[in-house]
Design a protein around this ligand. Structure first.
Ligand code: F6P
Length: 471
C-alpha cells in the first residue's frame, strides 16, 4: 500500500501564529495522517535566483511536507499572471478580465514541469497522487511524460465553464487534453461536470462512456479518465464547536456590546471580484432605501481579506469597495450608527466563527463559485435554538444542495434587499426548519467524506486500468 501524495500550489505548512487552518486543510491533513502521506507544492516564498527545484522538507504530526520556492519571474508569470489573471477569470466566466500573454502561458508550463521534476524522485511505485486546482492542470501530463505510472487524480475547486466560454483561451484544447493524463478528474457540482463534459465534447470531440469516463489512446496506450462531481464539505462538528466557544470569547463579546439591540448581517471572504462584493454592498444599500424600517436596526459587517494584490483587477476592486462602503455610510449613517462595517483585512478564523454565530443573516453572494465554504461554515456555526438565515447566491456551487437558504441573483440589488428583509423578519419556526435541513446535509457531506469518496473512486479507476497497462 503506497502513500497519499497531495499536491497543491499552496501548501498548508504548519506555521506558528497563523490563523487556524480552514476546512480543506484540516480534511487533507486528516487523510494524509491516516494514509501516511506527503504534501507537496510551492513554499509561498519567492527568490531572486532561478527556480532551482531544491526541496525544503519538513515532518510534522506524521505528515511529510516538501515545498519548492518560485523565482520572481515564475511567480509573476505562473502565479500572478497565467493562474490568476488568465485562468481565474476564464473559469469564473469573466472573459472581459482575462489578459492573455503568451509568455505567461510558457511560464505556467515551465513551472508545472519543474514541479513534476521535483516531485518525481519523491514518489514510490504504489503511491496515489492527488493534484489540486487550476494552477496545476498540466502537472499530471508532465509527470506521465517523465514516466510516472502511478494513480493520479485531479480536483478542480473552482467552476468549470462550458466550451462557449472556455474556448476563448488560446490553447484551450491543450489544457483540456492535459486532463486526459488523469485517472479521475473531479469537480464540485453537477453544473461544473456539465461544463467539463461540454468542453470535451465540443472542444475535443470526445464524449464520456455510459459510466462517465473518457477513453483515449495516447501513443498506443489505452487510457480512461473518469469524470465526476464530488461536493466538498467542511469539518462540520469541529466548526460548530469552534463557534460555540468563540461566542463567549473576547472578540464576540466586544462585537456584541458594540451592536446594542441591532441585528447583524455578516459576510466574509477574500477580496476577489468573483465574490460579488460591490453587488452585495448595493443590495444592502437597497435594503436601507426600500425598507426604511431597518434603518438604525441592523449592521452589516463585511470582512474582505486582501488577496492577489499584484493583479490590477484586485486593486481596482479594492478602490471600488472603499468608495461604496463610504457612500453607504455617508448616505445612511447616524452619529451613533455606522450601517456598514467594512474590514479589508483577514480576521482570525475562530473570531469569525463567533461572528457567524451571532449574526442574524449570513450574506454569501458570489457571482460564480465552485462551492463556497463560508456558506457552509455560517450554517454550521448557528445556535440550533435560534439559528440565523443564509442568503445565498444561486451561482455558488453550495446552492446545489443547500435547500434551506434564501437564494438570490446577486446582479439584482432590489431582489437582494427583499431577501434580506425576509431573512431579518423570518419567524423562529421557519428559521429552525430551514437551518436543520441544511445542517443535516452538512453533517453527512463533510470534508473528510469528500476526500474519502474521491480517493475511493480514484482507486477504483486506477484498478480498472491495471490490465491494459500490463498488456
Ligand atoms: O480555491 C481557489 C483558490 O485559488 C485555491 O487554489 C487557493 O489556494 C485559494 O483559492 C487562495 O488563493 P491564493 O492561493 O491565490 O491566495
Amino acid at each position: 500500500m503506497g502513500r497519499l501524495i497531495v499536491v497543491s500550489n499552496r501548501v498548508a505548512l504548519p506555521r506558528r501564529g497563523e490563523p487556524t487552518a480552514g476546512g480543506l486543510a484540516v480534511a487533507l491533513k486528516d487523510v494524509l495522517k491516516s494514509n501516511g502521506g506527503l504534501w507537496f507544492g510551492w513554499s509561498g516564498e519567492t527568490t531572486k535566483t532561478p527556480t532551482s527545484g531544491e526541496i525544503k522538507a519538513l515532518r510534522y504530526q506524521g505528515i511529510d511536507y516538501a515545498t519548492i520556492d518560485l523565482n520572481e519571474t515564475d511567480y509573476k508569470g505562473f502565479y500572478a499572471g497565467y493562474s490568476n489573471n488568465i485562468l481565474w477569470p476564464l473559469f469564473h466566466f469573466r472573459l472581459g478580465l482575462l489578459e492573455y500573454d503568451r509568455r505567461q502561458s510558457e511560464a505556467y508550463r515551465r513551472v508545472n514541469r519543474d514541479f513534476a521534476k521535483a516531485l518525481l524522485p519523491l514518489l514510490g511505485p504504489d503511491d496515489v497522487i492527488w493534484i489540486h486546482d487550476y494552477q496545476l492542470i498540466p502537472l499530471g501530463a508532465e509527470l506521465r511524460a517523465l514516466g510516472a505510472r502511478q494513480k493520479i487524480g485531479f480536483f478542480l475547486h473552482i467552476p468549470f465553464p462550458p466550451w462557449a466560454v472556455f474556448s476563448a483561451l488560446p490553447g484551450a484544447e491543450v489544457l483540456m487534453r492535459d486532463l486526459l493524463a488523469y485517472d479521475l478528474v473531479g469537480v464540485q457540482t453537477h453544473r461544473d461536470l456539465g461544463g467539463m463534459v461540454n468542453c470535451f465534447q465540443d472542444g475535443l470531440g470526445l464524449s464520456p462512456d455510459e459510466d462517465g469516463g473518457i477513453r483515449t489512446s495516447i501513443a498506443g496506450t489505452e487510457r480512461r479518465t473518469q469524470l465526476s462531481a464530488h461536493a466538498i464539505g467542511i469539518d462540520t462538528r469541529g466548526f460548530a464547536n469552534t463557534a460555540r466557544k468563540a461566542i463567549n470569547g473576547p472578540d464576540a463579546v466586544r462585537m456584541k456590546a458594540s451592536m446594542g439591540e441591532r441585528k447583524l448581517i455578516v459576510g466574509a471572504e477574500r477580496l476577489d471580484y468573483t465574490k460579488g462584493l460591490p453587488h452585495r454592498m448595493r443590495g444592502f444599500g437597497a435594503l436601507l432605501d426600500n425598507f426604511p424600517q431597518h434603518l438604525n436596526q441592523v449592521t452589516y459587517l463585511q470582512v474582505a481579506a486582501r488577496s492577489r494584490n499584484e493583479v490590477a483587477s484586485y486593486r481596482d476592486l479594492r478602490r471600488e469597495l472603499d468608495q461604496l462602503a463610504g457612500r453607504i455610510n455617508g448616505d445612511h449613517g447616524l452619529f451613533d450608527w455606522t450601517p456598514m462595517r467594512y474590514v479589508a483585512r483577514a480576521v482570525a478564523r475562530d473570531t469569525l466563527a463567533g461572528f457567524y454565530r451571532m449574526a442574524d443573516v449570513g450574506l454569501v453572494t458570489p457571482l460564480r463559485d465552485g462551492m463556497n465554504l463560508v456558506a457552509k461554515e455560517y450554517v454550521a456555526a448557528q445556535d440550533p435554538e435560534n439559528p440565523g438565515v443564509l442568503v445565498l447566491s444561486s451561482f455558488a456551487g453550495a446552492a446545489e444542495a443547500m435547500d434551506g437558504a434564501l437564494l438570490v441573483n446577486p446582479l439584482d440589488p432590489e431582489a437582494m434587499a427583499e431577501q434580506l428583509d425576509r431573512a431579518l423578519t423570518m419567524p423562529l419556526a421557519e428559521r429552525k426548519s430551514r437551518w436543520s435541513s441544511m445542517m443535516q446535509g452538512l453533517e453527512e457531506q463533510t470534508a473528510e467524506r469528500w476526500a474519502e469518496d474521491f480517493l475511493a473512486e480514484l482507486n477504483e479507476q486506477a484498478a480498472a486500468r491495471e490490465p491494459s497497462l500490463a498488456a
